[in-house]
Design a protein around this ligand. Sequence first.
Ligand SMILES: [Zn+2]
Length: 75
Amino acid sequence: MSGKKERKIRIVDHRHCRICGRAIPPDKELCSAECEQVRARVEARQKRMRNMIMIMYVVIFLVFFLILIIGGRSS
Ligand SMILES: [Zn+2]
């Protein structure tokens, strides 16, 4: 008995929903409108975070610059 079965596990081209991880067709990014909403919320938060970090950098730079100017004046 030589039943050599060629069992090729064919993985159908697919993606996973970036939010919930469910398998979805390759032309889609998210599985549902619900996940789309979640994604939009997450992206909005990330954008705000990035803006905050940018502002923080600017503030730190300005403070540093000010310290340099003040320090240069006093010496
Ligand atoms: Zn999903």
